[in-house]
Design a protein around this ligand. Sequence first.
Ligand SMILES: C[S@@+](CC[C@H](N)C(=O)[O-])C[C@H]1O[C@@H](n2cnc3c(N)ncnc32)[C@H](O)[C@@H]1O
Length: 239
Amino acid sequence: MADTNKNERHVYDANLDSHSDLQRFFEGDNLVVATRFFRNAALFEQLRSMVIPNLLNSGLQGRGTLHIWSAGCSDGRESYSLAMAARNSLDDLGYQGVAVRVRGSDLSRLQIEMARKGVYRISTSDWSTLDPYRQNFEELGATIWQIASNIKGLVEFVVEDIIEAQMDAKFDILICSLVLLYYQPQYQREIIQQLVKAVRPEGFFHVAPVGRRWLKSQGFEPLPGSSLFFTGRTMEILA
Ligand SMILES: C[S@@+](CC[C@H](N)C(=O)[O-])C[C@H]1O[C@@H](n2cnc3c(N)ncnc32)[C@H](O)[C@@H]1O
């Protein structure tokens, strides 16, 4: 997206004229980087019950590695949740031999530093969601937990502006959740067109919040039965 005039990249309620303004905006505001483990329960449910089985049907085992990109990952909780869910799901289905690699990227250096540490405060109420994955955490203090090395080793983090990322079509799954809402609609669409080039033809993506009708108008197909995942494939191939 080299030709894009960066002055057109205004996020709502902020007057940003340059790339460093944009970076400062996301580094300086706790609200815009807010995240949680397994934030969208339906997304993780559909990942397990539809996306991974579909990828296995289209030859994932032969490829040997499930590649996931968590774009705009904030402090890493989304990326680690994806790694835990994918590993757990493949193991449950008997595919221990298929590796999982998650790439977490964010514009904010501070968030990526936290992500690389993988140390989080986890409250008692958070454990209701996290309990099935307790073995993936090591206790450091009263409410302080570290991501266990078996999961940490599956995830790499990079400081990167999704707008400038030029990725090969190598990802089986792309998640870009609650990132684009800060950008003007016409700019969101331009970013999505760029982002989905990183998804393999057999792969699936979730970008939110973006209208299903618009995605369909661009030729993307919803994964049958899924309210959240899309693909570039046609329904006939998926059937
Ligand atoms: C509300 S958080 C969402 C975090 C996570 N995806 C989730 O759903 O929990 C939004 C994140 O998007 C990041 N972000 C915004 N614009 C970005 C861009 N152009 N490139 C990379 N990250 C961006 C912000 O730094 C912030 O960490």
